[in-house]
Ligand binder design. Structure first.
Ligand SMILES: Cc1cc2nc3c(=O)[nH]c(=O)nc-3n(C[C@H](O)[C@H](O)[C@H](O)COP(=O)(O)O)c2cc1C
Length: 395
């Protein structure tokens, strides 16, 4: 054995030792899945989810668009804001509850609409709906749910909302909202930021590399597949096509028509600038979700936490403002509430919980976020949501 080989062997020995592993601060060894109670924050669910579900399904969940600048920025933007805690305030009775459109939630944390939960676990949205209900919070069901919206509606007794992607045509769209309302969904959340199919490079590479084996759910959403089938021509691979949805043709007249046809509140998801928030108020939206779609459509879209203040200011309490994209900590949520958000939605973390541990994993993710928020509120001297205002943050 030469000297180089000996050094390599020694390095391998240390890398495999339990001591070295302990110093990496990981709650699991890489082969062993830890007990659910051993996880202490929501980030820790992601590598376990990655380990437990097919690679292409994980990539579908994880991916952002293009070079994923917005994906990184969604997290980095929180670091530019610190908290201004107040002392010697009695915060012994913490109350995180809020009422949204007539329903009482245990905390201002909702499950964002995400496509195809069965990619993380065969129970899919049934498990997520039960976990959200156990946490007394709302699941916003995606148009691209793995299970029919009527069946998910029956999975739990807690209120749920329905996210709408218009298409493939207007008739189909009106039919879908009718089905959602008939099944008891309490609001319609119209997503407006996905008019063109986005260029998610992790997905494109996977599609070039592999064909989905029979029986394995495709990493693409049903809508994307339908759209791709509709728009691609055999002579040109779809991955290079400029594929669109019905949404790229829609404008505020569509929203007005949707409002007319809906007997439940209608929210708009995907607002990123004050001008559009003003228009949403003018057109009678019942609420908005400030969102960059978890950095999955337009790269260099701003982080939502950095545009939230300008939007809150023009909306001026005329409707609830929800916000999502990158929220992973109780303190992230507290910062958004301080800037003026009514509540926060989380997209990937519940999917990590679902992929890693099924329904109990989703529940634990939501509980961890709720506990972190409660602790941060208590340490800032805020006993309930109405005591939180912009003086709590230094931006
Ligand atoms: C795997 C995945 C699927 C998604 N599917 C949808 C969808 O069907 N409809 C929609 O409006 N937003 C969808 N989104 C965006 C989420 O609603 C939400 O805006 C985003 O996930 C929030 O960012 P976060 O994942 O960093 O929490 C999806 C996001 C992910 C990660």
């Amino acid at each position: 054995m030469n000297r180089r080989k000996a050094v390599q062997c020694l390095a391998g020995f240390f890398a495999a030792s339990p001591l070295a592993r302990a110093q990496q601060d990981l709650p699991y060894s890489g082969e062993r899945v830890p007990a659910l109670e051993d996880l202490v924050n929501v980030f820790e669910f992601e590598p376990i989810c990655k380990m437990r579900i097919p690679r292409q399904n994980y990539d579908f969940i994880a991916g952002g668009v293009d070079q994923e600048w917005s994906l990184r920025h969604n997290r980095e933007a929180f670091d530019k804001i610190s908290l201004r805690p107040r002392m010697l305030v009695d915060a012994s009775h913490l109350d995180l509850s809020l009422t949204l459109f007539g329903d009482k939630l245990s905390c201002p944390i909702l499950v964002a609409p995400t496509a195809g939960h069965a990619q993380a676990n065969p129970e899919g949205e049934f498990a997520t709906a039960r976990a959200a209900a156990a946490t007394e919070t709302i699941l916003i069901l995606s148009t691209n749910s793995s299970h029919p919206l009527e069946k998910v509606a029956e999975a739990s007794n807690f209120p749920k909302w329905f996210q709408l992607y218009p298409g493939p045509d207007l008739e189909g769209t009106w039919e879908r909202i009718q089905r959602a309302m008939d099944s008891g969904y309490k609001t319609i959340v119209l997503t407006v930021d996905a008019g063109y199919n986005s260029h998610r490079e992790r997905l494109l590479r996977n599609r070039l590399r592999t064909q989905t084996p029979p029986g394995v759910p495709s990493p693409q959403s049903r809508r994307a597949r339908v759209r791709e089938e509709e728009t691609s021509t055999p002579s040109r691979p779809a991955v290079y096509g400029l594929t669109t949805t019905l949404m790229h043709k829609l404008d505020w007249r569509f929203f007005d028509e949707l409002k007319k046809r809906s007997r439940v509140p209608v929210l708009i998801k995907g607002i990123l600038v004050a001008e559009d928030a003003e228009l949403a108020v003018k057109h009678g939206a019942d609420g908005i979700v400030v969102s960059n779609h978890g950095a999955r459509y337009l790269d260099y879209a701003p982080a939502t936490i950095e545009v939230l203040a300008e939007i809150v200011d023009v909306v001026n309490r005329k409707m609830p403002i929800l916000v999502d994209s990158g929220f992973r900590r109780g303190t992230d949520i507290l910062k958004a509430l301080a800037i003026g958000a009514t509540a926060v939605c989380v997209g990937r973390p519940p999917l990590w919980g679902l992929g890693a541990y099924g329904e109990p994993g989703v529940r634990r993710v939501l509980e961890l976020l709720r506990t972190e928020l409660a602790l941060a509120m208590g340490l800032c001297g805020k006993a309930n949501l109405s005591q939180i205002d912009r003086k709590l943050v230094r931006m």
